[in-house]
Design a protein around this ligand. Structure first.
Ligand code: ADP
Ligand code: MG
Length: 613
């Protein structure tokens, strides 16, 4: 008796894309099926740790490839963990991973999804690129029943009870007429070597009358000697562990020796994954103990700010029976993590000197990496030294803090920064006018995390790091023959403006910092910056209070001079009131803030523009 079942809707959609729109590099289906077989062997090996009775079934783990040119079929079998009926339905009838919708969208947007197949956990379905029918015969280790799963990839699948001697999975592809080449042993050997050489179990190719041949090297790649591993082999291993298909930007293969021994094979991708900033993203490294797979995505092995690092760690010092819960408390795990962080930071230091190369890394991961300045107390200064920032000194090039320091003026005591939504808006903020007039460089910080790390890194190499608003009147622009409003008039004007804007600004003050703008907005000392307030609002975070804002006026600006002269004049009161509001609106706009009453602003602006002719 067999049960006929439908694929879940998202599987259908995805299958349709995989089969019909991804034509290039069809041979990757074999890599995906071998990768699954290898995972299945890993899982069985791990299960044996807690179920010693299964040890016999885990002997001689291997992957077999059996082509049959006459029947035009290709069989991929393993003696790994196998699947029971529920596994078949849950793993091959639905897509458990949350990324499916993103996968479909990505393919639609970019026209190709071949690189994304593995990343979205839909590797198995790539079999339908070359097969018109797929049959799976499988039996789970430790269980008696075996199951057969059949599908043509479009009309759902059928499951029935079956017979199978031992645990493991046998996948038979009934190849499409046009895909006969996948029964050719020479071609098969070539693609297995190309994509799967790093697999840690023997991949045995059946050559028919000529017998069998183990095609891959068969030992875990990270355990081999560095000198014997080619770049292509590293890259393929990276593809396998990361499920990414770009070139890794960094490949780091090392052996830590001493009182704690472990091997690491780590990679930094060269492109940003679509979900780098999604909170439900699963991060971490694969953990092995003496080549035995222990766990996927062990978050304890990486700090969050290095969540883009992929790869494996193999340690002989951890207990084989270590569980997920124990990983969290094991002090050796924390030590390994520290060691890994140190290696990565050192390697970044080696490469920061090559600007274009480093920017590949920085553009993809800089915004996440900088979180480390906030998070990683012990490495704070080092992470800062490896970070790149936009600055007013060069629009087209980012700078390090050290380079910034090397350009500091002799009298300049601090490193100055301003935050904003983007580089242009930040660069045009009137708060920078005095800095620019004096040739003082300012860092333009535009990532959300930039609001937070300066709160903990208040100094770098003895130089204070200060928001421009904390600079007070440290820099007064040099003004030739400057005409300034009279002090007593200014006092009256700022009083008047403060009254008009009561409830919106805490106070109105006179500043020496502005050159071209009549006004600018800042906050009282110790208050959350306006940009941060906006960020919190956009994340629906309740801000306990809105920051107390300060409107600063430029006493040298012709408009301010006129307003100061007019402030006692009753006849001008309405005009003064209108203009106060308009100036405040202007200051908001320069900050990137929304104004309260845009139609008032537009109407008054037109009115005063018309009056100027
Ligand atoms: P992924 O490998 O990313 O999980 P796949 O689409 O390649 O996604 O496979 C889906 C799931 O099907 C696997 O996670 C595994 O549970 C199951 N599976 C596939 N092939 C095998 C196999 N040879 N042995 C046991 N389970 C398998
Ligand atoms: Mg897979």
């Amino acid at each position: 008796m067999s049960d006929k079942m439908e694929f879940r809707a998202e599987v259908n959609k995805m299958l349709d894309i995989v089969i019909n729109s991804l034509y290039s590099e069809k041979q990757i289906f074999l890599r995906e099926l071998i990768s699954n077989a290898s995972d299945a062997c890993d899982k069985l090996k791990y299960l044996v740790l807690t179920h010693p009775d299964l040890a016999k079934s885990a002997a001689n783990l291997q992957i077999k490839i059996l082509p049959d040119a006459e029947k035009n079929t290709l069989k991929i079998s393993d003696n790994g963990i196998g699947m029971n009926r529920d596994d078949l339905i849950n793993h091959l009838g639905t897509i458990a991973k949350s990324g499916t919708a993103d996968f479909v969208k990505n393919v639609k947007d970019n026209g190709s999804g071949i690189d994304l197949i593995g990343q979205f956990g839909v590797g198995f379905y790539s079999a339908f690129m070359v097969a018109e029918k797929v049959e799976i015969l499988t039996r789970k280790a430790g269980e008696d029943k075996a199951w057969k799963w059949i599908s043509n990839g479009t009309d759902g699948f059928e499951i029935s009870e079956a017979q199978k001697e031992s645990n493991g999975t046998e996948i038979t592809l009934f190849l499409k007429e046009a895909e006969k080449q996948y029964t050719d042993t020479i071609y098969l050997r070539q693609i297995i070597r190309l994509y799967s050489d790093h697999i840690g179990y023997p991949i045995v190719l059946n050559l028919g009358k000529a017998g069998e041949e183990t095609v891959n090297t068969g030992s875990a790649l990270w355990a081999r000697n560095k000198a014997e591993i080619t770049k292509d082999q590293y890259n393929e291993f990276y593809h396998h562990v990361s499920k990414n298909f770009d070139e890794p930007w960094m490949t780091l293969h090392f052996k830590a020796e001493g009182n704690l021994e472990y091997t690491g094979l780590l990679f930094i991708p060269s492109t940003q994954p679509y979900d780098l900033f999604q909170p439900d993203r699963k991060n971490g490294l694969k953990l092995y103990v003496n080549r035995v797979f222990i766990s996927d995505k062990v978050e304890e092995l990486l700090p969050n700010y290095l969540r883009f690092v992929k790869g494996i760690v193999d340690s002989s010092d951890l207990p084989l029976n270590i569980s997920r819960e124990m990983l969290q408390q094991n002090p050796l795990v924390a030590k390994i993590r520290n060691g890994i962080v140190g290696r990565i930071l050192k390697e970044l230091k080696n490469r920061i000197g090559k600007y274009d190369d480093y920017m590949t890394f920085w553009n993809a991961f800089g915004a996440a990496f900088k979180e480390g300045i906030y998070e990683d107390f012990g490495n704070r200064e080092e992470i800062a030294s490896l970070s790149m920032f936009h600055s007013t000194s060069d629009q087209n090039k980012l700078t390090t803090l050290d380079d910034y320091i090397s350009r500091m003026k002799p009298e300049q005591k601090a490193i100055y920064y301003i935050t904003g939504d983007d580089v242009k808006v930040a660069d045009n903020n009137p708060q920078l006018e005095a800095f620019k007039a004096n040739g003082i460089e300012v860092l333009l910080l535009v990532d959300p995390i930039d609001e937070f790390w300066p709160q903990v890194l208040t100094k770098y190499k003895d130089k204070e790091i200060k928001h421009v608003s904390q600079a007070k009147d440290e820099f007064k622009p040099v003004r030739d023959n400057a005409v300034k409003a009279k002090d007593e008039d200014l006092q009256k004007l700022t009083d008047f403006m403060a009254k008009e804007l009561n409830g919106e600004v805490a106070k109105v003050t006179v500043t020496e910092k502005l050159t071209t703008s009549p006004v600018s907005l800042t906050v009282e000392d110790g208050q959350m910056s306006i940009h941060l307030e906006r960020l919190m609002r956009s994340h629906q975070q309740q801000t306990a209070f809105a920051s107390l804002r300060v409107l600063e006026v430029n006493p040298y600006h012709p408009l301010i001079i006129k307003l100061a002269e007019a402030v006692g004049n009753k006849a001008q009161k309405q005009k003064l009131s209108d203009m106060t509001r308009m100036l405040y609106d202007q200051a908001l706009i320069a900050e990137g803030e929304a104004i309260k009453n845009p139609s008032f602003f537009a109407e008054k602006l037109s009115e005063y523009m018309a009056a100027s002719f």
